[in-house]
Design a protein. Structure first.
Length: 305
């Protein structure tokens, strides 16, 4: 009797395995996740003050990393069609065909469930609830709004501003004024920051059907006004800590200097609405965020927390 041996599937080569791992890592948007973790750590350290402990902070960062990665993976799944229409995202794992959409759903869901449960068991109920709220508002509210209304950016700033609240609630078990201040600063910081990005890639967003303000703003006048207005609001929000604690002149001068630097870049964009100047606004925003986070931490320590 003749025995027929079925061919086995070829094993993945070393480069193929590395590419697959790279694709899964890309689903989590590591650069965004890193910025998220900085704000989580700032929220924890500001709320905990001199009572900060390393192990709870590490647990908080691990759980938040998982949830943030899950939100990014689900975002890529929801936007796989529009990503294929944009030059800067067409080579992502899903539109390029390197990953199947079902494995991305499984991967993202597993990260979300694991992350929320990890926070609940390792840190507490409140940070787990805030993390779950962040995931839901980002995936189920902000992402679907992007092709529907230009207000999506303002809505999306809410889940973007919740990570420091995760950190602060992990330190105290509640959502106090420190968390509210951090939420406000990150919320208003995101708006001029993302307006700069949206102006730089407005053609891509338009081709993908995303309704960002710059897409329907050929002269850049509305985008410029929005940048300036939200930057002014950001500066005002950054001064809220002075109303909650004794006046710290180092913080006051530092916050105003950082805010003036950021605001100056938006005024320059008003005079020169080019992609080059939009990139300068983006750079100013990226310098502003760690600067103000550092000042807030120093301010908390100086004023007795």
């Amino acid at each position: 009797m003749k025995v027929v041996v079925s061919p086995t599937a070829p094993a993945l080569s070393g480069p193929a395995v590395r590419q697959r791992l790279t694709d899964y890592a890309e689903l989590t948007k590591p650069r965004i996740a890193t910025m998220v973790l900085v704000t989580v750590a700032a929220g924890y350290l500001l709320a905990a003050g001199t009572g900060a402990r390393l192990l709870p902070l590490i647990h908080t960062l691990i759980g938040t990393t998982l949830v943030a990665g899950a939100a990014s993976a689900w975002n890529m799944w929801l936007e796989r069609v529009s990503d294929a229409r944009m030059r800067r995202t067409a080579n992502r794992p899903l539109p390029s065909g390197r990953l199947h959409h079902l494995e991305v759903v499984v991967f993202g869901t597993a990260l979300a469930v694991t992350g929320v449960n990890y926070l609940y068991h390792a840190v507490g109920l409140m940070p787990a609830v805030v993390a779950a709220l962040t995931f839901v508002t980002y995936v189920a509210v902000y992402t679907p709004l992007k092709p529907l209304t230009e207000w999506n950016t303002h809505v999306g700033a809410i889940p973007g501003a919740l990570p420091p609240v995760i950190g602060a609630s992990a330190a105290t078990g509640t959502v106090g004024w420190d968390a509210v201040v951090l939420f406000a600063v990150i919320l208003f910081w995101q708006l001029p920051h993302f307006m700069a990005i949206a102006w730089m890639y407005r053609k891509d967003y338009g081709q993908a059907g995303m309704r960002m303000i710059p897409v329907a703003d050929p002269t850049g006048a509305k985008t410029s006004r929005s940048m300036i207005a939200w930057c002014v609001v950001l500066i005002a929000a950054s001064l809220l800590p002075l109303a909650l604690r004794p006046v710290d002149w180092v913080y006051l001068v530092g916050a105003l200097a950082l805010g003036a630097y950021f605001l100056k870049s938006t005024f320059r964009f008003r005079a020169d609405r080019s992609e080059r100047q939009a990139r300068q606004v983006l750079k100013a925003s990226i310098l502003y965020l760690p600067g103000i986070m550092g000042l807030l931490l120093i301010h908390g320590l100086v004023t007795g927390r």
